[in-house]
Design a protein around this ligand. Structure first.
Ligand code: GLC
Length: 533
């Protein structure tokens, strides 16, 4: 490997939902020593970094996204020593560690919020978003909570409302307070000093709210939150100078990475927040919304490439902890053919691929009865929205009881397909999805074209297929994807009369380019390398 390898640009980032990855102490909840014990698996898979969803103490109103102490590890996940051991063991294997940072809000159990609500005179009172009622007692304006209902919670003791963009146990911080700003920068510095390689900023573009508290204008929608245009409670101009300040802090350390979750905003906003004195990257979630359509995916890629241009680096996401898994969105059986195609697309585009634990074995969402639902979104909106528990089920390691995840009953049920669909079984099966991911990841790592090269779409491919070239110096790789259940013939033209060597196909048996023509089998994804150049 060349030493100009830059982990977050050339490598792959793997998201772990710590509660569900590996439980080392038999309490049914995953933990840090569990993750450490699986680092060899991750190194073998070939990922360059892990991003851990929040690991700090939390009353779990929103499963870790309501933080009550930013300087500690939730005892259910382990201790700070366990964290140091995890970082060290990860670094020994060349795996970087990214932490999730939740700074739009804290838990209502955070000591600062408890102080803040104790009196209007308390020095921490203005750390949160308190406002007086309107005459007559109504909330200060029409802002809503994304998790249901109004966004303002009345405190009878203070006779004031506080704002919460998420559940009421997640009070929003007042980002106009310089003390809050300093406190947050100190938290970041603390973890950077511990050797953390990067941060994922949770809903960063909601930090600032309009100072005048203007009402959001209405728009058609079903839930109160969707019935407004969010022009006054997100994406306020004050965010840019703050990002520069945070970025400057990060840049004081070598090779750190900073990615933000652009809440409610599309690719355009994500591009806007990316840059040398902004974030290294902001998530583009458009893949999560794409239907099974080659054209749709192609348009998403094209738009993202165009918005970012050559100097800003894209990222791609097929799965995360907030969305039904790709296996559930795009398949209706235990067949993994479509998932192999998606693996090729995710891992061969120009951009940082984000994987989500279990994606590599094609984990499907669990389905829960109403009384089993834990996610606040599902509790509130069942049956219209069953919540996000489905994609957060325990990792399926083996066919043993509790899928090798834990020696005890896990916090969420395990998908019943674990007896067949698990890491051990797929490791042993050369044709499995897991081994396919490993092969594609290895090719991505080996070919500068794939991790570093330019992206050039090939025009004129048949409906439901796409093809593109990745090029870096003399390394040229062509990727072809057939989204259709029928064969597709790609007439690639004279540029492909040269020698193209098959590198990999998602279907058994090599494919060939003959006289500029490529016959793709149903749902085939394949890669070719140009030789003699
Ligand atoms: C982000 C997280 C989500 C969480 C929310 C509130 O959207 O991804 O899981 O519920 O922020 O922190």
């Amino acid at each position: 490997m060349k030493n100009d390898w830059l982990w977050w640009r050339d490598g792959i980032i793997y998201q772990i939902y710590p509660r569900s990855f590996a439980d080392s102490n038999g309490d049914g909840i995953g933990d840090l020593p569990g993750i450490t014990s699986r680092l060899d698996y991750l190194a073998d898979l070939g990922v360059d970094a892990i991003w851990l969803s929040p690991i700090y103490p939390s009353p779990d109103a929103d499963f870790g996204y309501d933080v009550s102490d930013y300087y500690a590890i939730d005892p259910r996940f382990g201790t700070l020593d366990d964290f140091d051991a995890l970082i060290q063991a990860a670094h020994e294997r060349g795996i970087h560690v990214i932490l999730d940072m939740v700074f739009n809000h804290t838990s209502d159990q955070h000591p600062k919020f408890i102080q803040s609500r104790s009196s209007r005179e308390n020095p921490y009172h203005d750390w949160y978003f308190w406002r007086d009622p309107l005459p007559g007692g109504a909330p200060p304006n029409n802002w809503a909570s994304v998790f249901g209902g109004g966004g303002w919670e009345y405190d009878p003791h203070l006779k004031q409302y506080y704002f919460h963009m998420f559940v009421r146990q997640q009070p929003d911080l007042n980002w106009r307070s310089s003390a809050v700003r300093q406190a947050v920068l100190n938290v970041m510095r603390y973890w950077l000093e511990k050797g953390v390689d990067g941060f994922r900023l949770d809903v960063f573009n909601a930090y600032f709210k309009d100072e005048q508290l203007q009402n959001n204008p209405p728009k058609p929608g079903i839930r109160p939150f969707d019935m407004q245009k969010h022009i006054h409670d997100i994406d306020q101009p004050e965010m840019l100078p703050l990002l520069s300040e945070m970025r400057a802090l990060l840049d004081g350390y070598p090779e750190r990475y900073f990615i933000g979750e652009t809440f409610l905003s599309g690719a355009e906003k994500a591009a806007f927040y990316t840059g040398p004195d902004r974030l290294h990257a902001a998530f583009n979630f458009d893949f999560l919304k794409n239907r099974w359509s080659a054209r749709g995916f192609q348009q998403t890629i094209h738009r993202w490439e165009t918005l970012l241009g050559p100097d800003r680096y894209p990222n791609y996401v097929l799965n995360n902890h907030d969305t039904p898994r790709s296996a559930t969105r795009y398949t209706w059986s235990e067949d993994d053919q479509r998932l192999k195609l998606l693996a090729v697309m995710l891992l061969t585009l120009r951009g940082t691929p984000f994987m989500y634990y279990g994606e590599e074995i094609g984990m499907r969402d669990i389905s829960l009865r109403r009384d089993q639902i834990l996610d606040p979104v599902g509790k509130r909106y069942y049956p219209f929205h069953k919540g996000r528990d489905g994609c957060r089920a325990p990792m399926q390691w083996t066919d043993m009881p509790n899928a090798g995840f834990s020696s005890a009953a896990p916090w969420l049920p395990i998908h019943p397909d674990y007896t067949q669909r698990n890491v051990a079984a797929q490791t042993a099966d050369d044709a499995s999805l897991l081994n396919f991911y490993k092969k594609v990841i290895a090719l991505r790592r080996k070919h500068p074209a794939l991790h570093r090269g330019t992206y050039l779409p090939i025009a004129g491919t048949p409906f439901q297929s796409m093809a593109y070239l990745r090029q870096h110096g003399k390394d040229h790789v062509m990727v072809a994807l057939n989204f259709s259940d029928r064969p597709a013939d790609l007439h690639l033209g004279s540029a492909f009369w040269g020698h193209w060597k098959p590198l990999l196909s998602s279907i058994a048996g090599e494919n060939q380019i003959e006289a500029g023509n490529l016959h793709l089998r149903p749902l085939e994804a394949c890669l070719f390398q140009e030789v003699n150049k």
